[in-house]
Design a protein around this ligand. Structure first.
Ligand code: ATP
Ligand code: MG
Length: 564
């Protein structure tokens, strides 16, 4: 896909276009997506993936690398490496043969550190972690030099080699850059480059007991791979001088350029990996692919399509200022997408039994139903109708309020694709008095598609009792309660969890055409919402996830904004 480079859609694409015009980086464009394999990808990562892989698709010869930023041994694993690859592919992007691991650079990273020591630009510090913090100063006060700052190059080289050799316990020494303890930018106050950690790494095993910090490993990894534009989120803006310092002293002035953009935050959910991991480990949710989570695996299981997520990321765009995006906007995008692609079917979630007294006991009719009025190409299907049907409990009221155009005693309603029926009586549970069945009659002259004759105000969906397929339906609400504020979240985010985020309905009935539905298949349940077959389904027990209800609260928000 080529874009008009004279009219880039955001400031990062403008920088890339300008650099290309100026012949910077020899006319190359190389980006990277650098996840740390310590969790599953979420929709925030999708924004970064769409940006990095998207830019690479827009220029001939440009490429995007997938790099596992795996320099912290304690939380990383191959499980995450695999899940991340699956998710990037699912989103529709491909790194071809350009998959890298920062852990493959441990040796050159070490060598460059030794070079920095040789140039007098790095030293081994033997202060403890608390002292290092105290010496660092604050935003308003400068730091002070460590007494070990003036160690000789020989001594530093020797100590650093012994650090690598495993001669010291964790925390005994660190390697620091020698920059400026009085810098107004705290990141430049002799930042730590290496720590001792006697922990096995999921790829390098016990080969190393010192590990580089992000601020040291990231710029050099970018340089090793020939990255031209190193795109990251805003919290790294203050680290950019350090990124440049490392590269200027390791590779010289022609080096990758770091560019920051605002991370995606979504309302009513959590996106930090720490919080997601807590939810999974403490079993607040069923796993990383729980449909309530904003992880790509969760969204996929919920019924989201990769197209929707890409369209959403494109719509929200890339900017320099942090903002929270309403979850309703994401839901608006999935509705738009599924409205076009999902077949409409009838499903009754909370069934109420109806006996149509004047309909022959032994008769079944096959009624033609439209699969998607938005797309005639999706054709029609036949839906069986018989004497006993189920409708939604909500579609009947014994004492209807004004403007209730559904069924009530003495009133008529149309059964979608079928006949007009009239309620002539109710059957109650003898013990509780609860209505358990309606007695109705039908008007045989009103079959849909025939002259239809009379009109009634309400149409309801239904399933035939003799033909319906039982199903479980899982309804989801937002992960955090609707009234959660940022302050609540900062204080005690788990207290903001919505206790009603999952409701399981186990006696649902769906029309027989869904009998063979396979996991991942998406439908619109007429009048209710979009639903997707869950992998928990087995032969005879269909399970559906509600992707999103039909009601479009984003359209409402937009309308309210327009009305102001
Ligand atoms: P943590 O939650 O531990 O801070 P992270 O979300 O930064 O981790 P990484 O694996 O380091 O996770 O992220 C990989 C890339 O995705 C980084 O370049 C990061 O900037 C980007 N990224 C992460 N979260 C978001 C987000 N919410 N919006 C946009 N980009 C994001
Ligand atoms: Mg990160």
């Amino acid at each position: 896909m080529a874009i008009d480079s004279s009219n880039p859609s955001d400031f990062i694409r403008a920088i890339v276009a300008r650099d290309l015009d100026a012949g910077k980086h020899g006319g190359r464009v190389v980006t990277r997506f650098p996840p740390e394999p310590n969790g599953y990808l979420h929709i925030g990562h999708a924004k970064s993936i769409c940006l990095n892989f998207g830019i690479a698709q827009e220029h001939p010869g440009a490429v995007c690398h997938l790099r596992f930023d795996d320099t912290n041994p304690t939380k990383e694993s191959m499980e995450y490496v695999q899940a991340i690859q699956e998710d990037v592919h699912w989103l529709g992007f491909d790194w071809k043969d350009r998959m890298f691991y920062a852990s493959d650079y441990f040796e050159p990273l070490y060598r460059h550190a030794v070079e920095l020591i040789g140039k007098g630009l790095a030293y081994v510090d033997s202060l403890g972690p608390d002292e290092i913090r105290a010496y660092r100063g604050t935003l308003t006060e400068p730091g002070k030099d460590s007494p070990f700052r003036s160690r000789s190059r020989e001594e530093n080289r020797d100590l650093f080699a012994k650090m690598r050799g495993g001669e010291f316990p964790d925390g005994a020494h660190v390697l620091r850059a020698k920059i400026d303890m009085a810098s107004p930018n705290i990141n430049l106050r002799d930042p730590i480059l290496y720590r001792i950690r006697h922990v096995a790494h999921y790829r390098t095993g016990s080969a190393w007991c010192i590990y580089p910090t992000y601020d040291y490993a990231h710029p050099i990894s970018d340089a090793i791979e020939g990255i031209t534009h190193s795109i990251c989120t805003l919290e790294f803006e203050d680290h950019r001088p350090l990124y440049d310092w490392v590269l200027e002293h390791v590779v010289g002035s022609d080096h990758p350029q770091q560019i920051e953009f605002a991370r995606l935050s979504l309302s009513h959910t959590v996106m930090s990996k720490r919080k997601l991991l807590e939810l999974v480990e403490q079993k607040h949710v069923g796993g990383w692919d729980d449909p309530r989570l904003p992880t790509l695996k969760g969204l996929r299981r919920r019924g989201y399509t990769p197209d929707t997520i890409r369209a959403f990321c494109e719509h929200i765009g890339v900017a320099k200022r942090d903002a929270v995006v309403e979850m309703a906007l994401l839901e608006h995008f999935i509705r738009e997408d599924l409205n076009r692609r999902a077949a409409r079917v009838m499903a009754v979630l909370r069934p109420l039994r109806i006996v149509i007294e004047n309909y022959p006991d032994d008769q079944t009719e096959e009624l033609e139903a439209v699969n998607n009025p938005e797309d005639p190409g999706m054709g029609t299907r036949m839906v069986p109708f018989s004497r006993v049907v189920y409708i939604e409990q909500d579609d009947f009221r014994e004492h209807p309020p004004k403007k209730f155009f559904r069924l009530s005693p003495g009133q008529e309603v149309r059964l979608r694709y079928a006949y007009i029926i009239k309620c002539i009586g109710v059957v109650r549970d003898e013990r509780t008095g609860e209505i358990v069945e309606l007695r109705c009659t039908y008007d045989s002259t009103t079959r849909s598609g025939s002259q239809e004759g009379r009109k009634v105000k309400g149409t309801v969906h239904w399933v035939s009792a003799a033909h319906a397929v039982p199903a479980e339906v899982r309804l989801y609400d937002s992960l955090l309660r609707a009234d959660t504020t940022k302050d609540d979240e900062d204080r005690d985010w788990q207290a903001s969890l919505n206790p009603k985020s999952l409701e399981r309905l186990t006696s649902c009935l769906v029309e027989p055409s869904l009998g063979g539905a396979t996991p991942g298949a998406r439908y619109q349940f007429e009048r209710q919402g979009y639903f997707c077959v869950d992998p928990d389904s087995a032969a005879g027990t269909l399970v559906f996830n509600r992707t999103v209800p039909l009601r479009d609260s984003w359209a409402k928000i937009e309308k309210a904004q327009g009305d102001k």
